[in-house]
Structures are given as C-alpha cells and as structure tokens.
Design a protein around this ligand. Structure first.
Ligand SMILES: Nc1nc2c(ncn2[C@@H]2O[C@H](COP(=O)(O)OP(=O)(O)OP(=O)(O)O)[C@@H](O)[C@H]2O)c(=O)[nH]1
Length: 304
C-alpha cells in the first residue's frame, strides 16, 4: 500500500501539513470544549465524511497511474477532505465570535474541490473511452488473427469470405470491376508422397511468398485449402486478371524450390482460373471460380 502511494508522498505530506496547520490555528485562537458539549451526531457526520474523503483519496491514488487526471482527482478530494476536516474541528474547539476566517477555511475549498473533482471525473471518462476503443481494436485484431492460416502468412478460407464480401460491396459502390483468381498446384499429392508432408509444407510456404511477390499492392492473396490459393483483384477486369494469372503460372514454373534433404529441384506447375464478379453473393462467386478451375484442370486429370 505504502509503496503504491510513494509517488504521491509530496501531495499527501502537503495535505497533512494543511490539516495540521488548520488544527494549530484553531487551538491557538480558540479553547477546547468540554466533552459534555460535544454533539456526537455532528462529530460522526462531519468527521466520518472527512475520513471517507481520505479513503477515496487513497483508493484513487492506489488504483490510478500518476498524471494529469489523477492530479485533478487527488486535488479535488484533498480540498473536500480539508473542508470537512475544518468543519469537524469546531465540534471540539470553540472560536471567539469575532473570528470569521474559519468560515472561509471551511466553505472555500469545498466548491474548488468539487470543480476539480468534476474535471477529473470528466477526463477519467474520456480516458476510459479511449482505452475501450483501443481494447476493441486489439480484440478485433486477435479475432482476425484466428482467421489466418497457420502454415503460410495468408488469410484462410473464412478470412477470404469476409474480405470478399467487403470487396464486392466496394466494387458495387464504386462501380468498378472485381475479379477473382484461383491457383492450384498440379499433382501436389505426388510431392507429399515422394518427399514427405514437411517438404510439401515448405513448398506451400515458398509458393505463398512467390505469389505475394508477383501481385500488386491492392491484391489480396489467401489460401483457400491445401494447395489452392485465391486472389481478390480489386478494380480489375477479366482480361487483366487473365494476364495476371499467366504471370503467376510462369512464376510457379520458374520457382526453383530445392528439397531440404537432397537439395533436389522440384519442377512445379500450377493451373489457374479467373472469374469476374457479377451481382452475386460471395459464395456463388467462389463456386463459379472453383467450377472454372475444375474445367481448367480436366485435361490434366485425363492425361494423368
Ligand atoms: N504438405 C501439405 N499437404 C497438404 C496440406 N493441405 C492439403 N495437403 C495435401 O494436398 C493435396 C491436395 O490434393 P489435390 O487437391 O488432389 O491436389 P493435387 O494432388 O495437386 O491434384 P491436382 O490438383 O488435381 O493436380 C492432398 O494430398 C492433401 O493431403 C498442407 O497443409 N500441407
């Protein structure tokens, strides 16, 4: 408790000094009342309020980081405590009727304290809103993180569907074409069988990097499943998408991936398909893309 309050020791020492000065001033100018004159209800009410203000101050200082907002709150509560403290002193000490400064000491700090406290609470509220917004952003990032593939640095199927829905909406709003490109490795199963699953994983990782390097800034590459990748191409018509697909096929053929065990070069090839988005839901567009890809793969399947 005390080490938490350590950064605020000067504020607390000042408050203690002010409270003691008030007491000394009362003792110097007045005289102690007899116990029979004490009004217990007032003592408990005023003294209890002063004590509670001290507890609030301790809790605020303990739970908040030092800074501007904490200073407002601490100063406000200190003023309120001081007012209640001076108020409770006249329950024990009688001051001559000619003295008026005790009214100033008693009533002056209260409104100042209330204003400072209000300012502090207002800024605390704004601070809390900023923290909540930050937390929400982090939570969203975390949620999106789970939609990412564990093998490649790419989004998975769920992420693709989400982004596709947004891209379709953007393309409708901006009246710009949107195309989708699918790329599937040919005979990837044979690589897994000949060199093992881990080597297959390494191929998929290398492939994802090569594809990323060959795409534009605005394109979004995702791994749909296994050896199938899908690219969302904003502001792209079918011809441009087909040209990009040919470039990607070429890049895959040129990829000189070497196996980890024997350093043997793997001859890779991929099939591609392209569709342009119509006014349709994301799942229909993906279905059309998969069908087009299946048709592109048909000659390969027959020759196998
Ligand atoms: N290494 C590895 N293999 C995977 C992964 N996910 C799926 N696969 C394998 O990828 C292969 C995909 O099979 P297919 O879709 O028939 O692909 P393919 O053998 O390339 O056949 P075609 O596409 O017709 O040329 C299967 O053998 C899966 O076991 C993965 O994360 N890592």
């Amino acid at each position: 408790m005390f080490c938490v309050l350590k950064p605020h020791r000067w504020k607390l020492a000042l408050l203690l000094l002010a409270a003691n000065l008030g007491l000394i001033l009362h003792l110097a100018c007045g005289e102690l009342k007899n116990v029979s004159e004490w009004v217990w209800l007032d003592i408990i009410g005023e003294g209890g309020s002063a004590l509670l203000a001290l507890v609030w101050l301790g809790l605020v200082l303990k739970s908040r980081p030092a800074g501007r907002v904490t200073n407002y709150l601490a100063l406000g509560l200190s003023c309120i405590f001081f007012s209640w403290w001076i108020d409770s002193l006249d329950e024990f000490i009688r001051l001559p009727a000619s003295i008026t400064w005790d009214h100033w000491l008693e009533s002056g700090p209260m409104p100042v304290g209330m204003i400072l406290l209000t300012l502090g609470i207002y800024h605390w509220h704004r601070e809390q809103l900023a923290i909540s917004a930050q937390m929400e952003k982090r939570e969203r990032l975390f949620r999106e993180h789970r939609l990412f593939d564990t093998l490649t640095p790419l989004g998975g199927a769920d992420y693709l569907k989400r982004q596709l829905a947004d891209s379709l909406q953007d393309s409708r709003d901006q009246q710009q074409p949107l195309s989708l490109l699918a790329l599937d490795l040919d005979n990837f199963t044979a690589i897994n069988q000949a060199y093992g699953h881990a080597e297959g994983d390494a191929v998929l990782q290398a492939l994802s990097h090569v594809l990323l390097l060959n795409l534009r800034r605005q394109d979004l590459l995702c791994r749909l499943a296994g050896d199938r990748f899908v690219v969302v191409l904003p502001n792209t018509g079918e011809r441009q998408a087909q040209a990009l697909a040919l470039e990607l096929e070429q890049a895959v053929r040129s990829l000189a991936h070497k196996t980890r065990q024997h350093g043997e070069r793997l001859q890779l090839a991929a099939s591609t398909a392209v569709v342009m988005a119509l006014d349709e839901p994301p799942q229909d567009l993906l279905k059309r893309l998969n069908l087009t890809l299946a048709r592109a793969k048909q000659p390969l399947a027959k020759s196998a």
